[in-house]
Design a protein around this ligand. Sequence first.
Ligand SMILES: *[C@@H]1O[C@H](CO)[C@@H](O)[C@H](O)[C@H]1NC(C)=O
Ligand SMILES: *[C@@H]1O[C@H](CO)[C@@H](O)[C@H](O)[C@H]1NC(C)=O
Length: 319
Amino acid sequence: MKTSCLLVVNVIVCFFLVGSVISNDYKTFNKLSLPPTVTGPESAAFDLAGEGPYVTVAVSDGRILKWKGPVIGFVDFAYTSPTRTKELCDGTNDLVLGPICGRPVALSFNYRTSDLYITDAFFGLLVVGFNGGLATQISGGYKYLSGIDVESYTGNVYMTDASLTYDIRNMSQPGFKPDSTGRLLKYNPRTQRVVVLISGLAGVGGPAVSSDRKYVLVPEYANKKIQRYWLQGPKHSTNEVFMTGIGSPKNIKRAANDQEFWVAVEKQAQGLRVNGSAMVLQTVPLTKFVNKGVAVVQEMNDALFVGSSHADFVGVYTN
Ligand SMILES: *[C@@H]1O[C@H](CO)[C@@H](O)[C@H](O)[C@H]1NC(C)=O
Ligand SMILES: *[C@@H]1O[C@H](CO)[C@@H](O)[C@H](O)[C@H]1NC(C)=O
């Protein structure tokens, strides 16, 4: 009896050692500070030249800012609302101003054209050229467009619509629980049409297309799940549960390693590196975000750039 118990214990210990690799990498931490009173960088995109990060900010500031290095800091790059003024909107935390100032949420570059695609909670899908300025609306009429990933080879834009019922002002209330009307959408730039790929998602975050363009991963933070939507192969145009049991995934980004991803796990303040077999290859505790939550983990040049709705900086973890 005693031996079998020990055997069971051994099996459990081995399982944890293999299944959850707590990483000792990324121990050095630096902050890229936002301008005074500006908070909530929920995205961290880099352009083709590796410049950035470009960030969206809360609550109703409406600007997309670009990091220009430690001497200059963040500068204005683009905005989404034609009615935005710097006097009214710069640094504002007033939710009511959202429809006037704009609320860019997520960013993704098309690396073939150098255009920056933007989802905005009030203005839908927009695009701006590499010189920035006022973005052009491509598709509107949503309650709360949230995540985005541009697949640069075809130019197709994968984006998520957080709800058919609630907008970002409802979802910003403390304790709010998203309903199950979130969707994964695709915008095709050749036909200029938007199609629904998945509906019925609860608390949908930022999607990521695999580097071989075979599937899209879609986080559902309210359901604590990641869905996989197949773009090619025998299961194309269907979706299945890809992963559960990892807390609340908010955004997924492609990792530097081919066919791997970084999952930002919001409340647990972790970055998980996962592969296409749903294997967690690395778990990075993002300790500076423990009380803030993590919105995005973006890998660039051996560093992890970490954004949060409740921080006044972008965190940079390096070795
Ligand atoms: C969502 O928020 C908006 C703006 O504050 C408000 O007008 C609307 O009534 C809210 N909707 C629901 C269903 O709570
Ligand atoms: C994911 O990682 C596991 C463990 O290293 C490996 O066995 C598996 O083949 C990998 N899957 C893919 C799709 O690379």
